[in-house]
Design a protein around this ligand. Structure first.
Ligand SMILES: Cc1cc2nc3c(=O)[nH]c(=O)nc-3n(C[C@H](O)[C@H](O)[C@H](O)COP(=O)(O)OP(=O)(O)OC[C@H]3O[C@@H](n4cnc5c(N)ncnc54)[C@H](O)[C@@H]3O)c2cc1C
Length: 459
C-alpha cells in the first residue's frame, strides 16, 4: 500500500478534512523555532480516539511509520518526519471532559494545551502542578509522552507524577482504556506509567487523567542575589524547612545568564545590579492571598544573618512578577546574545555541580571564543547549559565534554527534555545495556513492526 492509497483510505474513513497531503503535510511548520517543516507524506488529524485507532490500524496493516505530533514544542527532535511517514496530530482532540474538585482530578483529551488545563483546574480551585514556558502550545499528550518537568517540579514532581491514568492507542489500533481517576490502585503493572516518557514510541496517548492539588491562596515571589553556590544551596535547604516544603520554584541563574539576558540583550530592565555570582528566582506557596515583603524577610532571616544574601527584590504587581519570570524564560534573547548556542539539559547531584562546572569551564577555556551560560532548576538537580561562540562542527567534541563525566557523578544526559533523535547517540551514557535491552523488549512487544516514531530514543 502506498502513502497515496493510505491517504485515500483514511479520507474515506475520517472525512477528507482530516487528511492532508502534499505540501500541506510536508510543509506544515511545527516546533518552537519553526525552521524545519514537518516533512511527512500525510498529516492525519483525527477528531476522536476511534479516528486515532483507525489511523494506526491502517498504518500497521500497511507497515507505514507514524509520527505522533503534539504541540511541537519538544526540544529533542521528536516529531520530524519524512515523505514515507504519516504524522498523526492530536490537535482536534481538545475537550476537557471533567474537573472534579472532590476527587481532585482533571480528565482531558491529549490535544488540550497545558494552559487550557491550568485554567480549567483553576476555575475549580485546583492546579495541575505542571508549568513551563511553552504552556500555551504544549499538549497534555506531549507532556506525558516526554515526562516534562518545568518550573514546579521541586514541589509537584514531573508530569508522570501527576498521571493517574491514560487512554492509549497501540500501534495496531487497539485502544487501552486505562483512564483511572483514583490515586490508589495496586492491581498489577503500572500500564499507564509505561507510556510516560515513551516519546510516541509505544502508543499514541488520546486521553489523560491528571491528579490535581488545591490552588494555593497566594505565592510569594522574589529575586535574590546570592554570594556563592554554597549559599544558594543553604538558602534552598533553609527555605524548605521554614515553609514545610512549600517552595514552588527555585530557579538559579548563574551570573553568566543574568548578564546575558537581563543586561546584554537589551530586552529587560535588570531588577538587581549585575554584580552577584548567583540570582535565584524563588516562589513559595502561601496560605494568604497577599503575602508581603516582610514574609520574605522572615523566610530569609537566617540567610541574611549568615551574609548569604546580597540583595533582593519582591514584585508588587502581577506585571512585576511576570517581568522577573520573563528574564528567566527569555531563551530567545539568550540565543541572540550568544549568536547561536549548543544547549544541554543535564542533571546531577547538587553536591557535584560546582566542581563539574569548574572542570567544564576549564576545558572550554581552551576553545577560543566559547562562552558558557548556566541556569537551572537547582532543587531538582537540573542544569541547563548553553555554550556559544563555537562552530557546528565542534558539536560532537563538546557533547563528549558535557556528557562524559555525568554517569560517574550519578547524573543524566537528559533531565527533562527526553531523548528524541538528537540525544539517542548518547542514551548509553545514562542507561545500562540491560536497561536498554529491556526497553527494546517492551518496544517490540507493543510495536512489533516498529512503526511508531522510528528513530526516536533508540536511534
Ligand atoms: C519555551 C519552551 C519552554 C520549555 N520549557 C520546558 C521545561 O521547563 N521543562 C520541560 O521538561 N520541557 C520544556 N520544554 C519542552 C516541551 O515543552 C516539552 O517537551 C513538551 O512536553 C512537549 O509537548 P508537545 O505537545 O509540544 O509535544 P511535541 O513536541 O509535539 O512532541 C514531543 C514528543 O512526544 C510525542 N508525542 C506528542 N504527543 C503525543 C501523544 N499524544 N501520544 C504519544 N506521543 C506523543 C512526539 O512524537 C514527540 O516524540 C519547553 C519548550 C519550549 C518551547
Amino acid at each position: 500500500v502506498s502513502i497515496a492509497d493510505l491517504g485515500r483510505h483514511l479520507s474515506e474513513r475520517l472525512g477528507s478534512g482530516a487528511v492532508l497531503d502534499g505540501a500541506d503535510a510536508a510543509g506544515r511548520l511545527v516546533g518552537w523555532t519553526v525552521s524545519q517543516p514537518l516533512g511527512a507524506g500525510l498529516l492525519v488529524r483525527p477528531a476522536d480516539t476511534d479516528g486515532v485507532a483507525t489511523t494506526l490500524a491502517a498504518c500497521h496493516a500497511a507497515g507505514i511509520g507514524v509520527v505522533p505530533l503534539g504541540g511541537g514544542t519538544g526540544l529533542v527532535d521528536g516529531v520530524a518526519a519524512t515523505g514515507d511517514l504519516v504524522a498523526i496530530s492530536l490537535e482536534r482532540l481538545r475537550t476537557i471532559h471533567e474537573v472534579d474538585a472532590d476527587d481532585r482530578v482533571l480528565i482531558a483529551d491529549a490535544g488540550v494545551t497545558l494552559g487550557a488545563a491550568q485554567r480549567a483546574a483553576a476555575a475549580s480551585g485546583l492546579e495541575v502542578g505542571i508549568d513551563l514556558g511553552a504552556r500555551d502550545s504544549a499538549q497534555l499528550g506531549g507532556l506525558v509522552a516526554t515526562n516534562a518537568g518545568g518550573n514546579g517540579v521541586i514541589r509537584h514532581g514531573m508530569t508522570g507524577d501527576r498521571v493517574l491514568g491514560l487512554e492509549v492507542v497501540l500501534a495496531d489500533g487497539t485502544v487501552i482504556p486505562g483512564l483511572r481517576r483514583i490515586v490508589k490502585d495496586n492491581t498489577g503493572y503500572d500500564l499507564s506509567g509505561l507510556f510516560v516518557g515513551s516519546e510516541g514510541t509505544l502508543g499514541v496517548i488520546t486521553k489523560v487523567a491528571l491528579r490535581c492539588t488545591p490552588l494555593p491562596a497566594g505565592r510569594l515571589t522574589a529575586l535574590v542575589a546570592v554570594v556563592s553556590f554554597d549559599a544558594v544551596v543553604a538558602i534552598l535547604r533553609d527555605l524548605q524547612v521554614r515553609t514545610a516544603g512549600a517552595v514552588a520554584a527555585f530557579e538559579v541563574m548563574w551570573h553568566s545568564f543574568y548578564q546575558a539576558v537581563a543586561v546584554e540583550s537589551g530586552q529587560h530592565r535588570a531588577p538587581l545590579p549585575p554584580d552577584a555570582p548567583f540570582y535565584v528566582l524563588v516562589e513559595v506557596e502561601t496560605g494568604t492571598s497577599d503575602p508581603g515583603p516582610e514574609m520574605l524577610a522572615h523566610l530569609l532571616d537566617d540567610a541574611m544573618g549568615a551574609g548569604h544574601v546580597l540583595d533582593a527584590v519582591v514584585p508588587h504587581t502581577a506585571a512585576d512578577r511576570e517581568a522577573l519570570w520573563a528574564i528567566r524564560d527569555d531563551i530567545p534573547a539568550l540565543t541572540e546574545v550568544l549568536g547561536g548556542r549548543f544547549a544541554y539539559d543535564i542533571s546531577l547531584p547538587i553536591g557535584t555541580m560546582e566542581a563539574y562546572l569548574e572542570e567544564l569551564s576549564r576545558r572550554l577555556a581552551t576553545r577560543c571564543g566559547s562562552r558558557l551560560v548556566v541556569f537551572g532548576h537547582l532543587g531538582d538537580g537540573n542544569l541547563h547549559l548553553s555554550i556559544g561562540g563555537l562552530q557546528g562542527s565542534e558539536r560532537p567534541a563538546i557533547d563528549d565534554l558535557v556528557y562524559a563525566p555525568l554517569s560517574e557523578l550519578g547524573g543524566s544526559i537528559s533531565a527533562e527534555h527526553g531523548i528524541g533523535r538528537s540525544r539517542s547517540p548518547h542514551l548509553h551514557l545514562s542507561r545500562s545495556p540491560e536497561e536498554i535491552a529491556l526497553m527494546r523488549t517492551l518496544k517490540w512487544a507493543l510495536d512489533p513492526k516498529g512503526i511508531l516514531n522510528p528513530g526516536v530514543i533508540f536511534g
